[in-house]
Each structure stands twice: as structure tokens, then as C-alpha cells.
Design a binder for this molecule. Structure first.
Ligand code: AMP
Ligand code: GLY
Length: 424
């Protein structure tokens, strides 16, 4: 099977690394990829939203399956584009069609879906410019803190947790009347604040059957002790100690089954990953959000724990017989430390030369924002590398990943040294 993987981050590096180990994967192409993905396959200089170029590449290179990493091409309808094209429609795309991608693309859509299917989530209401007044009345009675969410994709920045009513009113007004998050905040979801610990649960589904991939915990703040600005993710660990069998049974019964069944009942086809962002509130799971893709940097901790053939699982999704495929998971613990550029998540340094990757011994280095300049590897993104170690216990995995990250250098280099420490 020849596979085209779309994306260029740490998540795609982890997918590419895993797929390159599969006897079923003959040729692997990554578009556009990064300086690391070229170790596992062939990088192709095509943007993930350039559907016409993707089409030409798929047809000219005998691609049998397309795996979509990031949400943007899904929300923009890459799967629908394939289905509507005579030449492409028989080539499976792993990732949902546009309608189902709204589970991520529209917070209002996902909240309505959860309500229809009795999936536990924070109480909420959605408002627009036309219902501004009702929104203010709702805010006044919602309690504090209160959560405001831009309906659409806002690059991870569209969620505000407001501690005072005054702040909430001000932000609410700016989101709706001054397009604080552009078109994304033309609708605003006002939501009850949930107190608890977060985790990410990943489901792979062919629309009928599902498999639960290893869960993970992601560390979003830039600073140690979970302080400072939000980022795309500074590290991850898998498994999550508090996601024990009892908790995961609740997640499966109350969230996963109703989600997969709900999509089916509503005739919304879904072939791909469902990323469920959950809050564990005193042992009870509540859904914070759905994403229509895998998480980053969670994938970097999830892939090393999958011991069965990942390409075979993708075939199962494509062919609708995922129940016939094997998913086996290592009991070992994966820890990922994300190395970022100086200044990130604000304006950050670029084009810095990276050295020392060859000195890493007990971890896998997944590239994210990197490119080649001749023989040199240089930084291009905010998140530069993800260093993952798989060990028998969490402490050793964290220690190894952190020690290996210290062996790598570039100007402005930064990473958190406390990933997973809250779980020890
Ligand atoms: P989202 O984009 O919906 O994942 O929200 C971003 C982050 O905001 C989440 O990862 C949570 O940390 C936080 N968050 C979102 N919704 C809530 C909520 N209802 N209660 C508490 N925290 C929340
Ligand atoms: N790590 C969170 C995300 O991928 O959205």
C-alpha cells in the first residue's frame, strides 16, 4: 500500500515513523513534511489545503490511502473533494468529511450534538450579535468562572476563562461585535466552568466499529507548574494514571459509544480519529471538546505505545472492517518533551541551526518546525522538536526524555522540565 500523509508537525512525524515500520506500507509520502519526516518516507512540497495538487500527486503516484494529520484540510472538505471526483472517489481518506469535521470546526455544532445524545458536558448556550442581550442575561446567571468559546477554529486561542462578570461581559462584547477572533467569534458559546483534571482520549472509527487508542495527557502552558500562556502543547504522557479501568469504562459507555452511535443515527459518515478532550471531575468524565484528528503532542506519546501494525488499522478504517484488525498496546510509559523556539508562543526566533540530535540515546526525536538547508537542520516553527522516551515507568521515561532534550541545542531553545510531574 502506498500512503500519502498530509501535514508537517510532530504528530505527522510520529505517524510517519510508525507507518515506516509497517510491512503493509510500501511507499510513504509526506506533504509537506519537515526535516525529520524524510527519514521515514519522501517529502513532497505540496500544501495540505492545495487539493488540486494533492489530486495530481495521488493519481500520478499510485497512492492507495490518504491519512490527514491536521484539521484544516478536513474542515475545508478534503474528504468531500475526493468523494466528488470520479478518479479519486475510490481512494480512501482517513479523516472525516466536512459535516462531521464540524465536531471540531464548530463548538456550537459539537455542543448541540452532545446534547442530542446525552453525552456529559458542561451546561452551555450559544449566542450571536442578534441575541447579544439574551447573552448578557445568561452571563449574569452563569456563575464564575465562566468560559467563553469562539464557535469556529481560532488556532487554539478562542477559549477564554473569565474570573469576573465584568471581564466576561467585555470579552463577550468584543468577540461578537468587534470580531475579536474574526469570523470564528461570530457565534460564542458560553459555558459552565468544569473543575478537574484533563486528558485526551483517542478513538479510531470506520463509522461502525471503533478502537480506543492509548489515552494521553497534554501540557498546554508555556511555563513550568502549568503557568503562563497557552501553547499548542509542551509535552505529553501516556498512559494517564488516573484513567484507570473504571474511569475508562465510564468514558466508553457514556461518551465513546453514544458518539459513534450518534453519528451513525444522524447518517453522518465518519472514518478517522475522534479526539475527545475530557475533564475528569471527581471520577466522572465530561467532554470539553471534540477534535476530528489526533492530538499534537499526544500522538508522539501514543504511537510508540501501539505495538500492532498501524497501516493495517488504517486499512480497517478504510474498508469498514476495523473490528477484524488487531490493536495491541504496550504497557510501557511514553513521555514527550516538546522543544520550542525562543519567544514562543509569542513572536519567536527562526532559522536557528539545530545540533546534537545525534547524541540522543534513549528517545525518539520527532521533528516539527524544522527544515534542511544543505546538511544543516534549522528551525522554522514555534514547536521545533518532540523528544519521546518509552520506558517501564513514568519517572524513567520523563527523566530520559528530559535528559535527551538537553543534548540538543539551538539558539533560544526552551523546553519544560516538569512534564508529567503532577502525575508521579
Ligand atoms: P478547547 O479549545 O475547547 O479545548 O478549550 C481549551 C482549553 O480551555 C481546554 O483544554 C481546557 O483547559 C479549557 N476549558 C475549555 N472548556 C472548559 C470548561 N468548560 N471548564 C474548564 N476549562 C475549560
Ligand atoms: N494537544 C492538543 C491538540 O492537539 O489540540
Amino acid at each position: 500500500m502506498n500512503i500519502l500523509l498530509l501535514g508537517s508537525g510532530g504528530r505527522e512525524s510520529a505517524f510517519a515513523w510508525k507507518l515506516s515500520q509497517s510491512p503493509k506500507c510500501e511507499q510513504l509520502f509526506i506533504a509537506p513534511g519537515n526535516a525529520g519526516t524524510g527519514q521515514y518516507g519522501t517529502n513532497i512540497n505540496i500544501k495540505v489545503t492545495d487539493f488540486e495538487s494533492i489530486k495530481r500527486f495521488v493519481l500520478n503516484n499510485g497512492i492507495h490511502l490518504v491519512l490527514v494529520g491536521p484539521e484544516e484540510p478536513l474542515v475545508k472538505g478534503i474528504h468531500d473533494f475526493f468523494l466528488a471526483d470520479e478518479q479519486l472517489k475510490s481512494i480512501p481518506v482517513i479523516g472525516p468529511q466536512r459535516e462531521a469535521a464540524q465536531l471540531e470546526g464548530s463548538k456550537d455544532f459539537s455542543k448541540q450534538f452532545m446534547m442530542r445524545h446525552n453525552i456529559p458536558a458542561a451546561a452551555s448556550n450559544t449566542f450571536t450579535r442578534e441575541t447579544l442581550q439574551e447573552g448578557f442575561e445568561y452571563l449574569a446567571t452563569a456563575g464564575l468562572p465562566v468560559v467563553l468559546k469562539a464557535d469556529g477554529l481560532a488556532g487554539g486561542k478562542g477559549v477564554l476563562i473569565c474570573l469576573s462578570l465584568q471581564e466576561a461581559q467585555q470579552e463577550f462584547l468584543e468577540m461578537l461585535t468587534e470580531a475579536k477572533f474574526g469570523e470564528a467569534s461570530s457565534k460564542v458559546v458560553v459555558e459552565q466552568f468544569l473543575q478537574g483534571i484533563e486528558l485526551s482520549v483517542f478513538v479510531m472509527t470506520d463509522g461502525t466499529h471503533y478502537k480506543i487508542l492509548p489515552e494521553a495527557k497534554d501540557y498546554k502552558r508555556i511555563g513550568e507548574g502549568d503557568t503562563g500562556l497557552n501553547t499548542g502543547g509542551m509535552g505529553s504522557v501516556s498512559p494517564v494514571p488516573f484513567a484507570d479501568a473504571e474511569f475508562m469504562k465510564k468514558v466508553e459507555e457514556r461518551v465513546i459509544i453514544p458518539t459513534v452511535e450518534g453519528l451513525k443515527q444522524e447518517n453522518i459518515p465518519y472514518k478517522g480519529f475522534i479526539f475527545i478532550g475530557l475533564m475528569n471531575c471527581d471520577g466522572e468524565p465530561y467532554v470539553i471538546e471534540y477534535n476530528c484528528r489526533m492530538g499534537d503532542p499526544e500522538t508522539e506519546s501514543v504511537m510508540p505505545r501501539i505495538t500492532s501494525d498501524f497501516a493495517d488499522l488504517l486499512s480497517g478504517v478504510a474498508e469498514g472492517n476495523l473490528d477484524k484488525r488487531e490493536l495491541t498496546i504496550s504497557p510501557q510509559v511514553a513521555a514527550t518533551v516538546v522543544m520550542v523556539a525562543g519567544g514562543y508562543p509569542g513572536e519567536y526566533l527562526k532559522d536557528k541551526t539545530i545540533t546534537g540530535i545525534e547524541n540522543v540515546r534513549g528517545s525518539q526525536v520527532f521533528h516539527a518546525g524544522t527544515y534542511h538547508e544543505g546538511e544543516l537542520v534549522k528551525t522554522s516553527g514555534g514547536r521545533v522538536l518532540a523528544v519521546t522516551s518509552l520506558q517501564d515507568d513514568l519517572f524513567t521515561a520523563l527523566q530520559q526524555a528530559t535528559a535527551d532534550a538537553s543534548r540538543i541545542y539551538y539558539d533560544g531553545m526552551y523546553f519544560r522540565k516538569d512534564i508529567g510531574f503532577d502525575l508521579l
